[in-house]
Write a protein that binds this ligand. Structure first.
Ligand SMILES: CC(C)(COP(=O)(O)OP(=O)(O)OC[C@H]1O[C@@H](n2cnc3c(N)ncnc32)[C@H](O)[C@@H]1OP(=O)(O)O)[C@@H](O)C(=O)NCCC(=O)NCCS
Length: 164
């Protein structure tokens, strides 16, 4: 059975047959996306008490080196996201998310590749990301995309501690 047939119930193929990119548009975040994007992040378990998604989006977009990419379907529904940016040295990815009903069909790969291409266009040579130790599935996903585990310890300190 071909991809288009397999995915007919979803309004078209989202697999690796080339139709995925025709059914999904990836664009920069725009005003009006907040509700749909934060709803997706909540659904995907990406919202933690010490991060405010609204602030995270605003802070990223205020930066000249950051962007939130949004994948939308033909109906304009937000179905994927990736936040990308660089700190003057390395590129970073955050908030990579795909709507649960559309997973394992290449959409995560598509939006990560889009973010990587954007970073590369800014001169970034290496991209990194953080995966919580409980999120083994995400680590496997990134490994499938060619990411390698890095033998480094990440140390951190709050400059403005989160409110209790
Ligand atoms: C992780 C996530 C973005 C993957 O999105 P996706 O659209 O399902 O990913 P893709 O279909 O593009 O998968 C790419 C590859 O990763 C593999 N993969 C994806 N999810 C996987 C999982 N849960 N376990 C094992 N492998 C997985 C796919 O099988 C595919 O492998 P292939 O190279 O054989 O084709 C999605 O599951 C998600 O939104 N998870 C919740 C949010 C999250 O944890 N984000 C990461 C934060 S660090």
């Amino acid at each position: 059975m071909g991809c288009a047939q397999r995915h007919a119930d979803r309004g078209g193929c989202r697999g690796g047959c080339g139709e995925l990119s025709r059914n999904v548009r990836i664009r920069p975040y725009r005003a009006g996306d907040l509700e749909a994007v934060t709803a997706l992040w909540h659904t995907c378990g990406l919202v933690v008490p010490y991060n405010d998604p609204k602030q995270d989006i605003a802070f990223c977009r205020e930066s000249a080196h950051g962007e939130v990419f949004v994948g939308e379907d033909k109906q304009g529904r937000v179905i994927a996201t990736a936040m990308a940016g660089h700190d003057g040295h390395r590129g970073w990815l955050y908030y990579v998310a795909v709507a649960p009903r559309l997973r394992k069909d290449g959409l995560g790969r598509l939006i990560v590749h889009h973010a990587e291409a954007w970073l590369k266009g800014l001169g970034v040579r290496k991209v990194q990301l953080l995966v919580r130790p409980t999120n083994l599935a995400a680590a496997t996903f990134y490994e499938r995309l060619g990411y390698e585990r890095s033998p480094v310890a990440v140390l951190q300190r709050w400059l403005t501690p989160p409110k209790a």
